[in-house]
Design a protein around this ligand. Structure first.
Ligand SMILES: Cc1cc2nc3c(=O)[nH]c(=O)nc-3n(C[C@H](O)[C@H](O)[C@H](O)COP(=O)(O)OP(=O)(O)OC[C@H]3O[C@@H](n4cnc5c(N)ncnc54)[C@H](O)[C@@H]3O)c2cc1C
Length: 400
């Protein structure tokens, strides 16, 4: 029998995250959205409540939770504030390359401190000239004796101004494409590391996004993750394990949008009756609910596969592609249901609409997910019917 129920421990975690969202995120979400300030007090509270760095193994000081538990927490938090949740979750993204390819010393040196104090690690892959085409990274790395030297620029790096460490992807030679990529842990205060000013964004304004420049940055050999040339594999494996959480983010945001819309239609009247009594409105709410439930099932299946085998690339892409499009649609319809009030900042809906858009862009755009899935269907998918499908026109015999 398939069982979708959560364990006692997962339910407790869900309740803790929901309480955190209600008490510490929702009351302050508007403030941080308006000011674009970094929500450090809120993040510290998440850290204190054990809602951050969930994937760090017990032997390195963390709770050692799986992708599913991370998704459960993220859904609750994203229903409170997408931007704050991105700021909190980015530590898991930054830590994942170390979890995948780091040795025991690297894990102990860089993951344990995240559990002992509020510290930040960012994932530095994208550059001003490339985001989707990871094999096209231009940041160069050269081995010189007992260290590597990194030169280049990263862009769009979440939490960069607050980061203590970066997981950095660089190439030995851009013409080698994916075969030339290497992954490193770089400390933010090393000479030559410079973080740019935060960029102003449409949404997720409670998260900080900046460029990071590397000018002749000396990186000890010990800080290479895995082997030279393994950077592309490490980045792709990271996404396979973190994309289910982006689907969970989207599910949480969509759920909040539907709940605000549900509340509104119970109060607002038009043509002498409540909005809830119009069948057209009921159909919108029904469609929202269908998409939210489907999104949750997809992120649960993707995280189940991630926790079971780690080979979750395809299911993670399905979940991300579906849930992020669903969240954008649900947020848009929630604005529509609110009419003019959906378009102004006296209601939270316009923020949800702005926040939803990012899910279709970061951690691989919606198009990139479809690229992965299209290739899978054509090259790796095993047809259920072994005989090639063909159109028959045969009269059935008498089977008796
Ligand atoms: C707020 C924010 C936070 C971010 N945080 C981080 C972070 O912490 N770390 C990090 O490394 N990156 C981060 N990113 C970068 C993000 O991952 C990239 O923006 C994203 O991968 C897209 O890359 P791009 O912007 O260069 O777009 P491009 O790759 O230039 O793509 C532009 C458009 O072309 C489409 N496209 C590209 N290639 C194809 C193709 N082969 N087929 C069809 N369509 C295609 C894309 O889908 C997109 O619609 C962040 C971005 C934002 C906006």
């Amino acid at each position: 029998m398939i069982d979708f129920s959560l364990t006692e421990a997962q339910l407790e975690l869900q309740q803790r995250a929901r309480r955190f969202a209600q008490e510490y995120m929702i009351p302050y979400a508007h403030y941080y959205d308006r000011t674009g300030e970094f929500p450090r007090p809120i993040i510290r509270k998440a850290w204190e409540m054990g809602l951050m760095n969930l994937s760090i193994p017990r032997e390195h000081g963390g709770p050692g939770l799986g992708v599913l538990e991370q998704c459960i927490v993220v859904e609750e938090m994203a229903a409170g504030c997408a931007g704050m949740t991105t700021s909190i979750y980015v530590n898991s993204l930054g830590a994942e390359p170390i979890l995948i390819a780091g040795n025991t010393e690297q894990k102990e040196k860089y993951l344990r401190p995240l559990t002992e104090d509020l510290k930040f690690i960012s994932f530095a892959c994208s550059e001003p000239g490339m985001g989707s085409d990871v094999a096209g990274i231009q940041t160069r790395v050269k081995k010189e004796g007992s260290h590597y030297v990194i030169n280049g620029s990263k862009f769009w790096i979440t939490n960069a101004p607050h980061a203590d460490y970066f997981a950095v992807f660089a190439t030995l030679d851009p013409s080698l494409r994916h075969k030339g990529l290497c992954a490193f842990i770089v400390e933010a205060d090393w000479p030559g590391v410079k973080v740019g000013r935060p960029v102003e964004k449409m949404g997720h304004r409670a998260s900080t996004t900046s460029s990071v420049m590397f000018r002749d940055v000396k990186v000890p050999i010990d800080n290479l993750l895995g082997q030279e040339g393994e950077g592309f594999r490490i980045a792709m494996q990271t996404f396979a394990l973190t994309r289910p959480a982006i689907a969970a983010f989207a599910t949480g945001l969509a759920r909040a949008a539907m709940e605000y819309a549900r509340e509104y239609v119970n109060k607002r009247k038009a043509f002498g009756q409540k909005l809830r009594d119009f069948q057209a409105i009921q159909f919108k709410l029904a469609e929202m609910y269908v998409k939210i439930e489907a999104s949750r099932l997809l992120y649960m299946k993707a995280s189940w596969e991630a926790d079971r085998s780690g080979r979750s690339t395809v299911l993670a892409s399905i979940a991300k592609a579906f849930a992020t499009d669903a969240a954008m649609w649900v947020a848009s319809e929630a604005v529509q249901i609110h009419g003019g009030y959906g378009y102004i900042d006296q209601y939270p809906i316009e923020k949800l609409f702005r926040d939803a858009k990012l899910y279709q862009i970061y951690e691989g755009t919606s198009e990139i997910q479809r690229l992965i899935l299209g290739r899978h269907v054509l090259d790796a998918y095993e047809p259920a019917m072994k005989k090639p499908p063909r159109w028959y026109n045969e009269k059935p015999p008498d089977f008796d």
